[in-house]
Design a protein around this ligand. Structure first.
Ligand SMILES: Nc1ncnc2c1ncn2[C@@H]1O[C@H](COP(=O)(O)OP(=O)(O)OP(=O)(O)O)[C@@H](O)[C@H]1O
Ligand SMILES: [Mg+2]
Length: 379
């Protein structure tokens, strides 16, 4: 292979008594999507924060860009080297326009005056290249999460980034938006950028990654080339043992409360094989599995957020007809989503409104008026 665009050597990081990274080595090439995987807390985000200058590494590590040793002591250093991180939304100024956000810190000026016209033209060129459906003058506050992410990417291209870091970029995207992002990532790869892609979702790794490196408990474990990436290999690298050794029978301990909920052979007819479980009063049932195993899918079927193709949900002996989450809610089933910001909450409404939102129609007055006074919480 040719010379790496970026090489990290012996990068370590200690937070007080927590050792987050131990002498990690990583090589990134131009024109590749390099997936970074590992269980929660493995050190992926910490490594990327060091790369972007947000954290400083412990002494002894080295960064090499195109064969030259470089210093990354702060975000400006990283930016000058062409390293950009796509954050979910936090780094955009919602009250400014797309162009202003793209240009923050990259303003073109002539004799101290900001050159608005050429800036807007440059932004438009980049937005067109990305296939964005909004304009340089659009205010960021009016954009969806997916569009804001495109602004982040556009901003990176505006500062001529060559290395893009995406840390779990699809967590707040719908399936369609995810497809669009994937097409974009593939386009940027063709244009010769290096993309470091962090995800817990195996399907994303299969469809995007040219290579995949694994961290475990702060240690670099290894890198797989595309043709060697399989779920079995990745998982054993991530957890440090083969799957067969992973399960151990434990003596059964069950509370003897009344059976509240029985799920019988529930399936979506697609990815989820028929699943059954029972839940008693006073009991917490854990639903374990690796990413992509179908835990969320099962929970969404029980709550009728997705529709089941077969199987039943029985509540205290009574089969439920669940066609809609409202039916589940009426039966006393509540779903707290993993994507609290994206699906669980209305972020621009108050806490009181959020708490009451699921029971608005139960509490509505005739004619559909809301009986709602802030400060009078019904929890
Ligand atoms: N600012 C911090 N202060 C103290 N410890 C931290 C800090 N940031 C991360 N850590 C610790 O460093 C380790 C690595 O965390 P990191 O966030 O990098 O993991 P990750 O691989 O990104 O995990 P996830 O998949 O959950 O995002 C963890 O043990 C974490 O608790
Ligand atoms: Mg992380």
């Amino acid at each position: 292979m040719t010379q790496p665009l970026l090489e990290m050597r012996q990068i370590g990081k200690t937070f007080g008594s927590v050792r987050a990274l131990y002498r990690v080595d990583l090589r990134i090439y131009a024109g590749e999507v390099h997936a970074l995987m590992g269980e929660n807390g493995a050190g992926k985000s910490t490594l990327m924060k060091i790369l972007s200058g947000a954290y400083s590494a412990d002494a002894g590590g080295e960064f090499i860009v195109e064969g030259q040793p470089v210093r990354i002591a702060n975000p400006q250093d990283a930016r000058r080297l062409g390293i950009a991180v796509i954050y979910q939304e936090l780094s955009l100024a919602a009250n400014l326009t797309v162009a202003e956000n793209m240009m923050l810190g990259n303003e073109q000026s002539k004799r101290g005056l900001i050159q608005r016209k050429p800036m807007a033209a440059r932004c438009q060129t980049i937005l067109t290249r990305l296939g964005a459906d909004f304009f340089p003058q659009t205010r960021v506050a009016t954009l969806s999460a997916a569009q804001r992410q495109q602004v982040e990417i556009a901003r990176a291209l505006c500062s001529e980034a060559r290395i893009l870091v995406m840390d779990e970029p699809t967590t707040t995207l719908s399936a369609r938006e995810t497809d669009f992002l994937f097409a974009l990532v593939k386009q940027l790869r063709r244009e010769g950028l290096a993309i470091i892609y962090i995800s817990h979702r195996m399907e994303e790794i299969y469809s995007l990654a040219d290579r995949c490196s694994v961290l475990r408990d702060g240690h670099y474990i290894g890198t797989l080339e595309k043709e060697h990436i399989t779920a079995g290999k990745l998982i054993s690298m991530m957890v440090g043992r083969d799957l067969g050794e992973f399960y151990r029978a434990t003596p059964k301990m069950r509370p003897d409360g009344e059976t509240m909920l029985t799920v019988n052979k529930l399936t979506d007819g697609k990815r989820l094989q028929p699943c059954s479980l029972t839940l008693r009063a006073g009991e917490v049932v854990g639903l374990a599995g690796l990413v992509g195993a179908g835990r969320t899918e099962l929970a969404r079927l029980i709550y009728a957020a997705d529709s089941a193709s077969a199987g039943e949900v029985v509540m205290q002996g009574r089969p439920l007809r669940l066609r809609h989450p409202a039916d589940a809610l009426k039966a006393g089933i509540v779903y707290l989503t993993e994507d609290r910001k994206g699906l669980g909450l209305f972020l621009d409404m108050s806490i009181a409104e959020n708490i009451n939102i699921a029971v608005l129609d139960r509490d509505a007055l005739p004619g559909g008026l809301r009986r709602f006074r802030p400060g009078r919480l019904r929890a």
